[in-house]
Write a protein that binds this ligand. Structure first.
Ligand code: AP5
Length: 222
């Protein structure tokens, strides 16, 4: 009998490209856990855990949390039973050492990267998206005051919790996050292209169209 291989999907893209928005929809559609490194850090920050305290200073500056801390956190999450059949990764890996560490983890888990959709969006659009973003306090559901407004202002459609604007969506911090993305994460585009895993998705389209393109790219590889 063939050995079952678990498929992991890695969403790549700049801050504000729509990774979180799409990951929530795609993970639900495919029945996969949605693993967002940013959400895990924010949850730890909110609960004032030691991990949250370590990450705080980097997140506030719009810098990456050091690889060692981030890799250990994702490793712990991927080893939980719900990820044994695969997962959708949003925001990890973000540096070449994180990409290498993911390969090692998946080798241990008997998994593989199925596809790396790269959600591509022009820089000017990213700034507009992040400055109008509202996030749900309870579970991180994402809205935009112009492009994807909630039914009732300030309230999450899904769980009724309060919507807030992220600290790191301030103009100055956004500019640094974009700089950091080009310096440290963009090299992964070529890395995964050379591995034959990258599929570029036009993230400037309406949300529903981006979802359709993503699902098509994923299903073409399954
Ligand atoms: P993280 O939370 O991962 O932030 P990010 O990568 O900067 O991504 P965002 O969440 O800002 O954007 P997104 O692409 O998810 O866009 P969204 O769907 O919300 O990381 C935060 C911080 O944590 C990092 O700065 C770092 O410090 C740390 N961190 C996380 N991972 C790390 C790692 N691996 N290593 C080290 N440090 C790490 O959409 C944005 C807005 O646009 C929303 O308002 C949405 O409604 C709207 N929108 C989405 N799609 C569309 C569309 N098609 N049309 C119109 N509007 C749209």
């Amino acid at each position: 009998m063939d050995q079952v291989v678990a498929d992991y999907i890695v969403l790549l893209g700049p801050p504000g490209a729509g990774k979180g928005t799409q990951a929530q929809i795609v993970a639900r559609t495919l029945g996969l856990p949605h693993i967002s490194s940013g959400d895990i850090f924010r949850e730890n920050l909110q609960n004032q855990t030691p991990l949250g305290q370590q990450a705080k200073v980097f997140m506030e500056r719009g810098e990456l949390v050091p690889d060692e801390i981030t890799i250990a956190m994702i490793r712990e999450r991927l080893l939980r039973p719900d990820c044994a059949q695969g997962a959708l990764l949003d925001g990890f890996p973000r540096t070449p050492p994180q990409a290498k560490a993911l390969e090692q983890m998946l080798a241990e888990l008997g998994g593989r990267i199925l596809v790396v959709p790269f959600i591509s969006v022009a820089e000017q659009v990213l700034i507009e998206r992040l400055s109008g973003r509202w996030t749900c306090r309870a579970q991180g559901h994402v809205y935009h005051e112009k492009f994807n407004p909630p039914k009732q202002s300030g309230v999450c459609d899904v769980d009724g919790s309060e919507l807030y604007q992220r600290e790191d969506d301030k103009a100055e911090t956004v500019a640094n996050r974009i700089r950091v993305y080009f310096a440290q994460t963009a090299p992964l585009i070529d890395y995964y292209r050379q591995a034959g895993l990258l599929v570029e998705i036009d993230g400037a389209q309406p949300i529903e169209k981006v979802t359709a393109d993503l699902l098509e790219a994923i299903r073409a590889r399954q």
